[in-house]
Design a protein around this ligand. Structure first.
Ligand code: 1GP
Length: 246
């Protein structure tokens, strides 16, 4: 899967939809995943900050069985290991100073990843200040990186690359008031060669385009579709993002 991500990133900017399986019945999860696929999404991230019911794995399995686009587990900050995905983004919250987020959760997840033979993609996850308190900010017990401190952001991304991580995920957090700034994305793009995933507070195709132009390879939307699962909107996001060629 990682090779496929590299290939996608070489061609153009790409669109990922985040599905939080907790809030959905299995029919709704499948419906949502199919709509995303049919309207141009390049992949699905499945996960969330909380596990409120036990539908994560069954919904993930249903999603995986019903779409052809890659399905990635986006484990939030807890242990969401399951074999019913193409790969798992093994997040290390590199902007955190909370050891549980830097290594504790990964150690808990590793034996099960091995057991399932699941592909784990080491991901340098950067939590960036967003103008409000987001779930991941609170739940991870991590202070987000100040949104105007591009030099500090670059230092973190470089550290992630030098440590051998394979992706950078810049996240303002789900429902962020402000997405990560274009300037911060460009600064990281200029200094780091890893693919960049960008999410948190992307509320319109126009904003998504700005982020792709600044250098993000994969743009993620979550909330906007959760609130309004409109196929036309998904198509608009996909077309706008795909218009940015590399
Ligand atoms: C959160 O990047 C994702 O980790 C998506 O954020 O829900 O604000 O689109 P939104």
């Amino acid at each position: 899967m990682y090779e496929k991500l590299l290939e996608l990133a070489k061609k153009q900017a790409n669109y990922f939809c985040l599905i939080d399986p907790d809030n959905l019945s299995s029919e709704e999860a499948v419906h949502c995943a199919r709509l995303c696929e049919e309207n141009g999404a390049d992949g699905l991230l499945v996960g969330g900050s909380l596990m409120i019911n036990n539908r994560f794995e069954s919904n993930l399995k249903q999603i995986k069985e019903n779409v052809k686009i890659p399905v990635f587990i986006f484990p939030g900050i807890f242990n969401f290991v399951s074999p019913y995905a193409d790969a798992l983004l093994l997040l290390c919250v590199i902007t955190s100073r909370n050891p549980q987020m830097l290594i504790g959760e990964q150690v808990r997840a590793a034996p099960l990843i091995k057991h399932y033979g699941l592909e784990a993609i080491g991901t340098a996850y950067m939590l960036i200040e967003s103008g409000n308190n987001t779930s991941v900010h609170f739940m991870s017990g991590s202070m987000p990186l100040p949104r105007t401190k591009n030099d500090i952001a670059v230092a973190h991304a470089l550290a992630g690359e030098y440590l051998g991580m394979k992706l950078i995920y810049m996240d303002a957090g789900s429902g962020a008031k402000y997405p990560v700034s274009n300037e911060m994305i460009s600064a990281i793009r200029q200094n780091v060669s890893l693919p960049i995933i960008l999410g948190g507070g992307i509320k319109s195709p126009e904003i998504a385009v700005q982020k792709a132009k600044a250098g993000a390879d994969f743009i993620v939307t979550g909330n906007i579709l959760e609130n309004n699962l409109d196929p036309k909107l998904i198509r608009e996001f996909a077309n706008a993002i795909h218009s940015i060629k590399r």
